[in-house]
Ligand binder design. Sequence first.
Ligand SMILES: [Zn+2]
Length: 61
Amino acid sequence: MADRPDVEDFGHEPMNIITNGKLRAVVCARCVVWDHGFNDVAWPCTSAIVLGLVPRKEPSS
Ligand SMILES: [Zn+2]
């Protein structure tokens, strides 16, 4: 990711799925490609979370 040059994203990055001009979903570009069924893999995917590409949810307490 451009704003996180210190983090290797391995191709895991958010990709907008636009249908008829409307944003339908945000999926992981890497995981969708790897899925033979081309199922939507919602962003952030598990790999992105593990790699630290997205902020982890902070404990509420
Ligand atoms: Zn992914």
